[in-house]
Design a protein around this ligand. Structure first.
Ligand code: SF4
Length: 375
């Protein structure tokens, strides 16, 4: 496929790997921020091809995984109410809440619908003026502009029965939190290319300078990732800590100006809880006061829920790069993509799902029906 196959070329991959091997003289630990990068790394075995001592730490950049349990429970509560049509991307339906998931709400009569765009949900609202239609707006800087634009459209077109349950998160405050952790081993970051295609790179130089860490904007295909690692290793070996863009075919320093304008118009920065990690200051967006009447949390008054995580699940440690998924005792036994205990085993970007699908280290052999990809 044009524009994809070129970035899977084995001969070019070999050359990049040779350069990395020739450059690395010491052990280094770098974090790939995005779950999509984690899946590409594990799927192609990139981590196993690197020089011994070059460690890739899997970061918290899986939107489904970091959506806080309280927000999942709020979604379950709203979706259970009569008269509500609850719309979501498919990968949220199997994320465990405190005592059930959205599939179970649907199976007991809730009107839960999988959509492929927030605009699908807006169309459903327009077609059902006597029902309340809620879209579950989760994710990083990548999905936020489309959700912001949908709320903006709802306001402009007077679709008052549409609301957004918002749980958006931002990458730079997460990098700050990771670097401030006393357990932090991260010496460099492969920043998420798609996030930077929206936001640009302006938020990163200050972080790189203050924490003295290279931050290399990296794409998702094997050659993209190897090039990101190659540049990162070069900086580390030279004692540099700059922001570099290794994904120029998608990322411009100024980002996507139209998307940035829409984010500024509709959202406002807020503290946000990350599942398994805790609250990170200024790490999320909520609807601004001007759009509060389209805020599902406000419209449905769903405060005061009591949440309870699985006592077995160590996804918080996985998301912070403190353990690898197969080091969790439940991995591949009581926790599989079919019977997930945590969101990191559900999501198509979750590290536990990646390890299960592509490696199954230290796990008992899965049943064949468990080996089908999740998504
Ligand atoms: S393997 Fe399952 S239980 Fe363990 S951390 Fe991952 S999601 Fe949680």
């Amino acid at each position: 496929m044009k524009y994809i196959d070129e970035f899977n070329d084995p001969a070019l991959a070999r050359r990049l790997l040779d350069d990395i091997h020739a450059t690395a003289t010491r052990p280094w630990a770098m974090m790939e921020v995005c779950g999509g990068q984690t899946h590409s790394i594990i799927r192609h075995g990139i981590d196993q091809l690197l020089p011994e001592g070059i460690e890739l730490i899997h970061g918290p950049g899986c939107p489904v995984c970091v959506t806080p349990l309280e927000m999942i429970d709020k979604a379950l509560e709203i979706a259970s109410r009569p008269g509500v049509i609850f719309c979501s991307f498919g990968d949220m339906l199997r994320v465990p809440g405190t005592d059930r998931d959205l599939f179970q709400v649907k199976s007991t009569g809730g009107d839960v619908r999988v959509v492929y765009s927030p605009l699908d949900a807006l169309r459903i609202a327009q077609q059902n003026p006597d029902r309340q239609v809620v879209f579950f707006g989760i994710g990083f800087e990548t999905t936020a502009p489309a959700n912001a634009m949908t709320v903006h459209q709802a306001r402009r077109r007077g679709i008052g029965n549409f609301s957004l349950l918002v749980s958006h998160v931002r990458v730079p405050p997460a990098i700050e939190a990771i670097m401030q952790s006393p357990d932090c081993r991260v010496q460099a970051f492969l920043a998420a290319g798609h996030v930077c295609s929206v936001m640009g790179t302006a938020e990163y130089p200050e972080l790189a300078a203050r924490h003295r860490v290279p931050i290399v904007v990296t794409g998702f295909e094997p050659l993209d990732i190897l090039e990101g690692i190659r540049r990162t290793v070069r900086q580390l070996e030279c004692g540099e800590h700059r922001v570099e863009n290794a994904y120029p075919r998608a990322v411009q320093d100024g980002g996507n100006r139209a998307a940035l304008r829409m984010l500024e118009e509709v959202f406002t920065v807020t503290d946000r809880a990350w599942r398994g990690i805790g609250t990170i200051p200024a790490s999320g967006w909520r609807l601004s006061d001007a759009y509060r009447d389209h805020d599902a949390e406000h419209r449905f008054d769903v405060g005061g829920l009591t949440t309870r995580e699985s006592s077995l699940c160590r996804s918080g440690e996985v998301l912070q790069g403190l353990i690898k998924p197969h080091q969790c005792e439940a991995f591949g036994t009581t926790c599989t993509p079919r019977t997930p205990l945590g969101a990191t085993m559900v999501s198509s970007e979750g590290a536990c799902a990646a390890y299960f699908l592509y490696r199954r280290l230290d796990a008992t052999a899965p049943r064949p029906e468990e080996a089908t990809p999740v998504g």
